[in-house]
Design a binder for this molecule. Structure first.
Ligand code: RIB
Ligand code: CA
Length: 320
């Protein structure tokens, strides 16, 4: 059975690999790609999405330009990690395609309305999705799954000790989305690290596939590998967006999850963008109500563990 997907992305190098996985999935019909400011600016994000689609031999998925800055805050680029072009400074030639007419927020609303039951996958800051919810709150009930690459579950952040980039970049938007009632499945940064990251041996295996997509997926992540080495001393490549896409494509790749009340820090600069997950589910307990901005029911399914071999095999299959 073909599944309809809608992907919101700040297309940089790990987003590109996630897009390849979705574009190559035989049972997935991607109805639209919506681009949000994050790793790179929206124009570069559109360009990178079109380039990735062309590497997959595709030009049929409409790509819409979206919000060019967070709801309330200024942009903070991740070019220190992904390269100035977001694609490892590979400076790929300009894509043949161009953005579709219309704004990404309208495209999100219209695509969801036209495809009830659609799977929404977010790979960047949640600005576009938050604006879509503000424009059409009723879309909450029309989305079957909202798989969010964002946050960390009781783990260190990658842009501060407390926060992961996508949520940190636009914490107000993230809070709107997490508290909206959308069926959010959270895939935190920690899921893509350590044994889930591509080791040097895994990278050599990808190279040995010797296909254009295999080389593209490693080439465009060369800046990321250098940055990871500097940031954490690890000699590997973590791919958070592809891990989130793997969960979207095969939900049982997430082998352990639980539902919790999740709040997003928007007031403190120290913990800006922290995903605060109520592991003991005290949020609704009257004894703790005063400690929470509002008594939250469990609003998010938090993925806590993935099947690492299956995730990597899925990645490899998409690159041949
Ligand atoms: O923190 C990782 C996330 O931030 C990924 O989506 C990466 O592409 C960046 O957007
Ligand atoms: Ca991303």
């Amino acid at each position: 059975m073909t599944r309809s997907f809608l992907i919101d992305t700040d297309t940089a190098s790990d987003d590109a690999v996630a897009l390849i996985m979705a574009l190559r999935a035989p049972d997935v019909d991607i109805r639209a790609l919506t681009i949000v400011s994050g790793n790179v600016d929206v124009a570069q994000g559109v360009r990178n999405a079109l380039t990735t689609m062309e590497f997959c031999g595709r030009d049929d998925v409409p790509v819409y330009a979206g919000a060019d800055q967070p709801l309330l805050r200024s942009n903070a680029r991740a070019d220190w990690f992904h390269g100035l072009d977001g694609m490892g400074n590979m400076n790929y030639p300009p894509p043949r395609g161009q953005a579709a007419e219309g704004h990404a927020v309208d495209a999100l609303v219209n695509t969801i309305r036209d495809n009830p039951g659609i799977v929404l996958v977010t790979l960047g800051p949640l600005t576009n999705v938050a604006l879509a919810l503000a424009r059409a709150p009723e879309i909450v009930s029309m989305v079957s799954r909202c798989v969010v690459m964002g946050g960390t579950a009781w783990s260190v952040g990658n842009v501060s000790p407390a926060a992961e980039f996508n949520v940190w970049h636009d914490p107000e938007a993230a809070r709107m989305v997490f508290l909206s009632g959308l069926p959010v499945e959270m895939a935190g940064w920690e899921l893509s690290r350590f044994d889930a990251a591509l080791s040097r041996e895994d990278i050599a295996h990808v190279r040995s596939l010797d296909t254009p997509l295999a080389h593209f997926s490693i080439d465009c992540n060369r800046s990321a590998m250098e940055a990871i080495q500097i940031q954490s001393g690890e000699d590997n490549l973590d791919l958070p967006d592809p891990v989130a896409m793997a969960i979207a494509l095969e939900p049982d790749i997430c082998t352990r999850s639980s539902r919790h009340a999740v709040e997003i820090e928007t007031q403190s600069e120290l913990t800006r963008g922290m995903t605060i997950i109520d592991q003991l589910d005290n949020a609704g307990d009257v004894r703790n109500r005063q400690t929470w901005a509002q008594a939250l029911a469990a609003n998010v399914t938090v993925c806590l563990e993935i099947d690492v071999p299956r995730w990597k095999q899925m990645l490899y299959r998409s690159l041949v």
